[in-house]
Ligand binder design. Structure first.
Ligand SMILES: [Zn+2]
Ligand SMILES: [Zn+2]
Length: 307
């Protein structure tokens, strides 16, 4: 999850899937969801990872120490929270566990940092430090490749779509052995459950198309200074999709500067210079309520013309 704002639009089921949370900075609108998420996870056996900019460990500790944990060590399950605080060339890592009432048991570990926050088999997450009068991190997710299902292939094998396809994709992303058996299991309403076994590699050949992965970039709450814009362009370079703030119209750029935010025009320029394919704007100042179209028009004009 990128940023931790108000979470009421997300169901518990969706939130329970979250394993890593990347917080751009700890202004309230980006961090107020921490408590709701923590509440939901308490009493579960789970490990969750948080990442944020300088002073992040202190901010998380302040949140954790605001509550009373006198009964929590009796819980059967243990919730473990790992917090990584990013600086320009190093990162600090600290761990908290519910069975220790979320008290840190040692000093944070000091690690080298050169842009990569997380590397999985199928994707990685990189960050850049940006300026919002406080440190703020821009984030990018790169899939190593993407697995698409060929409908014709399914038809030829007589296999229906269903939840098994999710497991199939996961097996491919995790680089499982092609000689491993793979069970396709399905049940239609009113019918008996059915299953068939394939060699994973064979199934992959018949029903999957492997294509280059997508790059998705998320940038918010930064001043439109030349240094920031250069770093943002670098981070977003060749993204399929850029999500970026457009807090103000360019005619109010003095206000934008004062509040360390981008204008819609600057957002469009970053997208154009980075060569992104698709642009989504968010984080509009409340003064534009009902006039969001104007922000979009300004950003899109800059995106198309590059000026
Ligand atoms: Zn904000
Ligand atoms: Zn902010």
């Amino acid at each position: 999850m990128f940023d931790l704002g108000e979470l009421s639009n997300l169901s518990a089921r969706e939130l329970l899937k979250v394993s890593h949370v990347f917080v751009t900075h700890t202004h309230m609108d980006h961090f107020i969801g921490f408590d709701s998420l923590l509440r939901l996870l308490l009493g579960r056996d789970k490990e969750i990872h948080f990442f944020g900019p300088s002073t992040f460990i202190q901010k998380v500790e302040a949140k954790l120490s605001a509550y009373t944990w006198n009964l929590i060590e009796n819980y059967e399950n243990n919730l473990s929270i790992t917090v990584t605080e990013i600086h320009s060339e190093r990162a600090l890592k600290q761990r908290y566990e519910s069975r220790n009432r979320f008290r840190a048991s040692a000093e944070p570990r000091d690690l080298a940092f050169s842009g990569n926050l997380l590397s999985e088999q199928s994707f990685s997450i990189d960050a850049a430090l940006l300026d919002h009068k406080v440190d703020c991190i821009g984030l990018t997710l790169k899939e190593n490749y993407s697995v698409n299902i060929i409908k014709e292939g399914l038809k030829e094998l007589g296999l229906p779509v269903g939840p098994w396809l999710g497991e199939f994709k996961r097996a491919i992303y995790e680089g499982c052995n092609p000689d491993d058996p793979f069970r396709v299991f399905w049940k239609r309403r009113g019918e008996e459950a059915q299953e068939r076994y394939f060699r994973l590699g064979e199934l992959k050949e018949r029903i999957a198309r492997i294509s280059p992965g997508q790059k998705i970039t998320y940038i918010t709450d930064i001043i439109g200074s030349p240094e920031n814009i250069a770093r943002a362009v670098d981070l977003a370079s060749q993204s399929q999709h850029l999500f970026i703030e457009a807090a103000f119209l360019d005619k109010e750029r003095n206000m934008a500067r004062k509040k360390y935010h981008l204008t819609a025009r600057e957002a469009g320029l970053i997208a154009a210079r980075a060569g992104v394919k698709e642009l989504t704007l968010f984080h509009f100042s409340p003064r534009y309520f009902g006039r969001e179209k104007e922000l979009y028009q300004e950003a899109m004009a800059a995106f198309r013309s590059g000026a």
